[in-house]
Ligand binder design. Structure first.
Ligand SMILES: *[C@@H]1O[C@H](CO)[C@@H](O)[C@H](O)[C@H]1NC(C)=O
Ligand SMILES: *[C@@H]1O[C@H](CO)[C@@H](O)[C@H](O)[C@H]1NC(C)=O
Length: 268
């Protein structure tokens, strides 16, 4: 091939996602997946969302989300709007996570644009996330699209995973949790071409509907962390739970976002 057409570089520049082109920043892409507590129910446990957005969750031009229609847009709560369908959504850990990474001052992350790819769906057991399921395929498709639309300026940074409360209701699901989670990590890494992709799991604190197998799922989560390289564990045990006894409060989600950021920043 001879020379590029003179307007081509200009056109390519126009196609860059908002927030990256102007500043020439890299975009760190994070997959957010799992069930309701990842999606976020902070302030939304009485049938409607109270609309309270603490400063740690406020919109920022440096924090983008991949929309349901696969475009980068400025992220705002509820981050999983039109992704986690059929549920009343509130504050989750994604926004406070992104703010805490930017506020850390730790290069190169603190100088990047945060590209959040929300994929969580409330009430889903791990069996709903095995390779070939709707949720798995949507997640991989969204992550690939996110990377492609960074036009070479994106780095797939991590998958943040908060799930298992539903599995803690069933003896069989709890027993199968470790093997299924290891398979999920392996499949996501292979399908995204990143054999070393960082995965940060949140250790669940209670089971859905008082499920009896909480301890078993937590053991499985810890075992995955020991068995598979580059899988981390951040414990939600002890965080404040909302009055529905089922979801994290907004305050707890802010704390969790900061804990996830700390865990991620330790890997840099
Ligand atoms: C989860 O799996 C069940 C059983 O296969 C299925 O009926 C349900 O639609 C799935 N839910 C989602 C959200 O994929
Ligand atoms: C959400 O997280 C809280 C705290 O870990 C837990 O009590 C609850 O079971 C979770 N709820 C669901 C539906 O996953």
């Amino acid at each position: 091939m001879a020379m590029l057409h003179p307007v081509l570089p200009f056109l390519l520049l126009l196609l860059l996602p908002a927030g990256t082109a102007a500043a020439g920043r890299r975009t760190l892409v994070f997959i957010l997946a799992g069930q309701s507590n990842m999606s976020g129910r902070g302030g939304a446990t009485s049938g409607t969302w109270d609309g309270v957005v603490p400063p740690e969750c406020a919109p920022s031009p440096r924090i983008l989300r991949l929309s349901p229609s696969l475009r980068w847009e400025e992220a705002r709560e509820p981050l999983h709007a039109d992704i986690d369908v059929g549920n009343v959504l509130g504050v989750g850990p994604g926004m406070p996570f992104a703010h805490a990474v930017l506020a850390s001052g730790k290069p190169p992350a603190a100088a990047a644009t945060m590209g959040l790819v929300p994929c969580a769906q409330g009430g889903t057991p791990l069996a709903n996330w095995t390779r070939g399921t709707e949720l798995y395929d949507r997640m991989v498709m969204r992550a690939r699209t996110a990377m492609a639309s960074c036009k070479g300026s994106g780095d797939l940074a991590a998958m943040l995973w908060y799930q298992g409360e539903t599995d803690a209701m069933s003896h069989d699901d709890a027993e199968l949790y470790q093997g299924r989670m290891e398979a999920l990590v392996r499949d996501v890494r292979r399908d995204l071409g990143r054999p070393d992709l960082l995965v940060i799991q949140v250790g669940i604190a209670t089971a859905q509907y008082g499920g009896k197998f909480l301890g078993r799922v937590r053991e499985a989560q810890k075992a995955v962390t020991l068995a598979v390289p580059n899988v981390k564990f951040v414990d939600a045990m002890g965080l404040p739970i909302a009055s529905d006894y089922t979801h994290l409060t907004t305050e707890a989600q802010v704390q969790l976002g900061e804990m996830l950021a700390k865990s991620y920043l330790e890997t840099l």
